[in-house]
Design a protein around this ligand. Structure first.
Ligand code: PLP
Length: 480
């Protein structure tokens, strides 16, 4: 066991030591490899060493280098090393944390983690939470809570409201929760891509007049496309007036609320009925770490509480995961969050999150000065969006192609990965800074590569004259 563990740690650490120099997007022309990997379950086992070689040499590199400092695409993730060690401990100890009685002291650590999230988000004592595998599952559980509370068994008339910029997981979660797509209303946004409150009010009124039952509005604390933060206070006011459940999707943005000086950017967030957080984004933890907070913890309990003849009687002094979430047997996600916060401390987390915003503000300022770049969204948190204009770029198609080419060419240089997004028919370039490994020097490289590639693209369009066709062959579109 010791020798195997040492081999794995050595390979993992060597791998991490090389990620800053690794291409930011590996060779993704990989379909033939995928086909060649298909095989029946092996009858006989293999040695560890060739398996590690195969994984680290052949497979891991052929992906987006999401752990690299230059990963400024989509919403960057994390992967702090101590979290992997916590998973190792959780998996080797393999205690049963699905029900409180199986490992009360370990479950208490997860309960502490949920209390820490509650404190950072300034939710009240009545709050209960759940660690999930990601933001999508948090959203799903939130919709079920709202549905049970507001609709009971009469689901079909219930209507749900999101902005046109909301994350697509909401429509999917709604469907899983029994709310069909024809009951999901897409509310238009203002010039800063925030949900229009007047349009929301009108849509709610229209549905009520039609005999439907508006029950939930999901606002965004940072959209994936442009980083827009809805007016959370105004949505909360409307939700209170209309007796709607107000869910805030903070999968990207919630952790900026840890930093007291940044709280005004998310004003109104603590008033939500429920909140999605994604510790695998803003807390730099490995993928598979999401969270949900529900202000009236009884709503979360009402949906999930259950028992069986073979289980001991439920107690209610201590947090019990199976009473607040859909799973019974499960891993122990609480340990990786607990270990990271205990080892680093909350102050270091606040400083790191604040640094991401400072870097984004600085980068946006620099990028806005690049000739031909027009800003579409300044960083409300740590994400900004823009497009190119210039001679030859009069049509929307040409502008879309130029912005796509810009993202692709910067990425092809190997240091920085960028992805854009289609936003209301316009393709926008974007930069999102959220990895704990992204520091000032890589952001400088990003600005430099954007400047050089913009100049080259503008020159090509200018020399071709107007109405010329598409430039590059984009490999990564920004549909997130
Ligand atoms: C990432 C993200 C989600 C989805 O979360 P997953 O953890 O990928 O399931 C939802 N909303 C926003 C704003 C996000 O950034």
């Amino acid at each position: 066991m010791r020798a195997m563990g040492e081999r794995v740690v050595a390979r993992a650490v060597d791998h991490l030591a090389g990620i800053a120099e690794a291409p930011i997007r590996g060779d993704m022309d990989v379909a033939a490899l995928c086909r060649s990997l298909r095989e029946p379950a092996p009858e006989q086992g293999t040695d560890l060493e060739p398996l590690l070689d195969h994984l680290f040499d052949d497979l891991v590199p052929r992906s987006f280098t999401t752990t690299g400092p230059g990963y400024l695409a989509f919403i960057p993730g994390g992967g702090v090393y101590p979290a992997a060690l916590a998973d190792f401990i959780a998996d080797t100890a393999n205690r049963y944390t699905g029900v409180w009685v199986g490992a009360p002291a370990l479950v208490q650590l997860e309960s502490n983690v949920l209390d820490w999230l509650r404190d950072w988000m300034q939710f009240p004592e009545t709050t209960r939470g759940l660690l999930t595998t990601g933001g999508s599952m948090a959203m799903f559980n939130a919709i079920v809570c709202a549905r049970e509370r507001h609709l009971g068994t009469d689901i079909r008339p219930g209507t749900l409201y999101v902005s046109t910029q909301a994350h697509h997981c909401i429509v999917k979660a709604a469907k899983l929760a029994g709310i069909a797509a024809d009951r999901v209303r897409s509310i238009p946004v203002d010039a800063e891509y925030r949900m229009r409150i007047d349009a929301l009010a009108a849509a709610v009124a229209e549905d009520r007049a039609a005999g439907l039952r508006p029950f939930l509005v999901a606002s965004s604390a940072g959209t994936t496309n442009t980083g827009a933060v809805d007016d959370l206070g105004a949505v909360a006011d409307l939700a209170a007036r209309e007796s709607l459940w107000h869910h805030v999707d903070g999968a990207y943005g919630a952790f900026f609320h840890m930093v007291p000086e940044l709280r005004p950017l998310l004003a109104g967030l603590p008033r939500a009925d429920s909140l999605t957080l994604d510790p695998h984004k803003g807390m730099f933890l490995p993928y598979g770490t999401g969270a949900l907070l529900v202000r009236d913890g009884r709503a979360l309990h009402a949906v999930h509480s259950s028992t069986a003849g073979y289980l001991p009687e439920n107690q209610d002094e201590f947090y019990d995961p199976a009473q607040y979430g859909p799973e019974l047997s499960r891993g122990f996600p609480g340990l990786r969050v607990w270990m990271a916060v205990k080892l680093f401390g909350a102050a270091k987390y606040r400083a790191a999150v604040a640094e991401k915003r400072e870097l984004a503000v600085w980068a946006a300022e620099q990028v806005s000065r690049i000739p031909g770049i027009v800003m579409d969204a300044w960083p409300q948190l740590s994400l900004f969006a823009f497009h190119l204009e210039g001679p030859g770029l009069e049509s929307q198609d040409a502008r879309n192609a130029a912005a796509r080419a810009l993202m692709e060419r910067v990425t092809s240089r190997g240091k920085v990965m960028l992805t854009g997004a289609m936003v209301e028919g316009r393709y926008l370039g974007r930069v999102c800074i959220l990895s704990f490994r992204s520091r000032r020097s890589i952001v400088e490289t990003c600005v430099q590569h954007l400047a050089e590639e913009s100049a080259a693209i503008l020159a090509e369009y200018a020399s071709r004259g107007p109405r010329e066709g598409v430039l590059a062959d984009p490999r990564t579109d920004g549909e997130t």
